[in-house]
Design a protein around this ligand. Structure first.
Ligand code: PRX
Length: 632
């Protein structure tokens, strides 16, 4: 086995040679002319001139050897159904979906927005877009009309693929009314809406716009739709994520670099075997679902499990039973899911035959040591943390067990993964900090293959947001605090910006603030993330009401807090709903009017507030303290 340090050094010192070798992991219709085009720093274009196709790599190329192997297994504890598709069947389904898209005018470069529950048709939709060179944008089903409308306007999809309803913990969640409202709000109007009718919630199709998936399938029959060969740099998808402003960013991903990076990660990090089963419990609306439910496992010739359900229904043994049933080699979930399971009897896990399982991967939020210890001792298998972002598409930090099984370090996701030149920089000067010093986790140019190409439709925003944070150096900022040790293990210490992480879901506090501000009774609001034992963080809203008399007594406060929570739920979705809404007479600000979010957050977490010399009126912090002391 090679030494990881040497392997890594080569990946960052000779990136072109390293990635040119990795490019052989995927199929190319025509070889690339250039490994890395560096003519437009800080942009980087990988494998320019090469023609390939994500769907070909995920499906078609496996037909020769794996036609009868299950490719996609769908398990729903929500509707108590399961379905399995071999590679040959997946190939047929994807071609059907592709033919339907083409029939309605979708071609190369057109956007298709997916607002879908966790059902196989969502995967067919993603792969069908990739097949014909269309660009998909999946919007998480937990988002509501206003979030969806912003994304419709930004991506300007020609077609939207949706469904009558999802289901959450046994409760039907209708999608169609939210979708109709979002389209009504958006200025951009899609030409067509393709509806997969699950029969969960009746809806009225909009004449001339809505199409029925079953009828469309019947109309196209069993078509053959060849893959459209696209340049490696052709965008495969847009995935929106939250940042410092209220406006979500469309993370744009390429085609060739993504396929090469995912293939590399499947070997180096996830240590997977083609033909084995990968069970990732994320959602296709998040980046983990894109990379490790859909593209990564399929490109690697594995069987992937698509799970519609929660980790605790019908009981807290369900994830392990699914792993047992499908002989999963690898599982991937979030630390929150494990913290939830920790409350239940481990006998539910121990009664399952998990002999096929080799590793459990956890990502999306910090993995606390007690949870890590509990799960690795209970499961008796290696538990591997991995740190990354929507922007990077695959891990920045982890342990590359496929290269060399470096020992894990408790509290740290691991060391830099191939191609990532990670450093810890001083927030003000941008100078690299020595081991043991907390700073901003940054990555030197070039970002490796698979990372975001740009912000969709806004190159300048990509440069301004990610590459312009330090006066002295043009480096990519992750917006995470980190500290490295002498061996290069990095510990993540939270975000530097206004992004919070609730149960592994990334949310922008500004978006939540904008939504709360739309309530007529609200004069001002600050939303912060406060530490939560179960979900990692929870959103806390501090509201200055227009009319203080409305919150003079407990009943008034409860009523208004309920209305505000409902506003957020209706506009953004249940995931963004704050856990608490507290009322104050004013918010702590600097003399120049900047909200002191970090001080508010410190108070919520009962930590010292830090330097308050710029605070305009100390009474504002007292009010926050008092509101916190008063809550039930
Ligand atoms: O703050 C870091 C946290 O989640 C952010 C990225 O979230 P998202 O774009 O949704 O991508 C998730 C991909 C797994 C990061 O900036 N984060 C993610 N993984 C970890 C983490 N924090 C600590 N440890 C991790 N393993």
């Amino acid at each position: 086995m090679a030494s990881y340090r040497e392997y890594y050094r080569r990946s960052v010192e000779q990136p072109e040679a390293f990635w040119a070798e990795k490019a052989a992991l995927i199929d190319w219709h025509r070889p690339f002319d250039q490994v890395l085009d560096s003519s437009r720093k800080p942009f980087s274009a990988w494998f320019r001139g090469g023609l390939t196709n994500l769907c070909h790599n995920a499906v078609d190329r496996h037909l020769a050897q794996r036609a009868q192997q299950p490719a996609l297994v769908w398990e729903s504890t929500e509707v108590e159904r399961s379905r399995s598709y071999t590679y040959a069947e997946l190939h047929r389904e994807v071609q059907r979906m592709a033919a339907i898209l083409q029939r309605h005018g979708v071609g190369q470069g057109d956007r298709v927005l997916l607002y879908m529950p966790m059902i196989p048709e969502a995967v067919f939709g993603m792969l069908a877009c990739a097949r014909i060179g269309a660009i998909h944008s999946v919007v998480f089903g937990g988002f509501a009309a206003v979030s969806l409308a912003t994304r419709i306007d930004d991506a300007a999809p020609k077609l939207i693929l949706s469904s009558d309803a999802g289901s959450r913990a046994g409760r039907v969640v209708p999608y169609k009314p939210l979708l109709d409202e979002a389209i009504g709000r958006a200025s951009h109007k899609p030409r067509a809406v393709l509806m997969v009718d699950r029969g969960l919630h009746p809806f009225d199709p909009v004449a001339g716009r809505d199409l029925d998936y079953a009828a469309e399938c019947a109309a196209v029959g069993q078509p053959q739709v060849p893959c459209t060969w696209v340049d490696a740099t052709h965008p495969s998808y847009i995935l929106y994520t939250s940042g410092t402003t209220g406006r979500p960013k469309g993370v744009q991903r390429d085609t060739g670099g993504y396929a090469v990076a995912l293939s590399t990660s499947m070997q180096d990090i996830y240590c997977c075997r083609p033909g084995a089963t990968y069970f990732c419990g994320s959602d296709i609306g998040w980046v983990v679902g894109h990379s490790y439910i859909v593209y990564g496992p399929l490109i690697h010739g594995m069987t992937t499990v698509l799970y519609e359900g929660t980790p605790v229904r019908p009981d807290a043994g369900i994830l392990w039973r699914l792993a047992e049933r499908h002989r999963a080699q690898v599982m991937f979930t979030s630390p929150t899911a494990i913290r939830v399971l920790k409350k239940f009897d481990p006998a539910l896990m121990r009664s399952c035959d998990l002999s096929s399982l080799e590793r459990l991967f956890l990502a999306g939020e910090p993995l606390d040591e007690p949870t890590a210890e509990w799960i690795s001792s209970t499961l008796g298998k290696p538990v591997v943390d991995n740190y990354w972002q929507t922007e990077t598409g695959w891990p920045i930090l982890s342990i590359a067990g496929g290269v060399e099984a470096l020992p894990p370090k408790p509290g740290s996701p691991g060391v830099a993964m191939p191609g990532y030149k990670v450093s810890i920089l001083d927030e003000a000067s941008g100078q690299p900090l020595p081991a043991g010093k907390k700073g901003v986790l940054a990555i030197d140019w070039p970002l490796p293959p698979g990372c975001m190409q740009t912000v969709w439709g806004d190159d300048q925003r990509f440069v301004d947001t990610y590459w312009s944070n330090f006066p002295s150096r043009q480096v990519y900022s992750t917006f995470d605090w980190g500290v490295a040790d002498e061996q290069g293990y990095v510990t993540i210490l939270g975000r530097t910006d206004d992004v919070i992480n609730v149960a592994g879901h990334r949310l922008g506090t500004r978006e939540i603030e904008e939504s709360i501000s739309s309530h007529a009774a609200v004069a001002e609001v600050a939303v912060v993330g406060a530490a939560d034992a179960l979900k990692g963080q929870q959103a806390m809203a501090f509201v200055v009401p227009r009319d203080a008399s409305r919150v003079a007594d407990a009943a008034g406060r409860e009523a208004l807090s309920g209305e505000i929570m409902q506003t957020v739920q209706t506009q953004l979705g249940a995931v963004a709903r704050p856990a608490r809404v507290l009322f104050v007479g004013m918010l702590p600000k600097t003399r120049s009017g900047k909200l002191l979010r970090r001080s508010i957050q410190a108070l919520c977490e009962q930590r010292p507030t830090g330097d308050l010399t710029t605070l305009e009126d100390p009474a504002a912090l007292e009010q926050i303290r008092a509101a916190l002391a008063e809550q039930p």
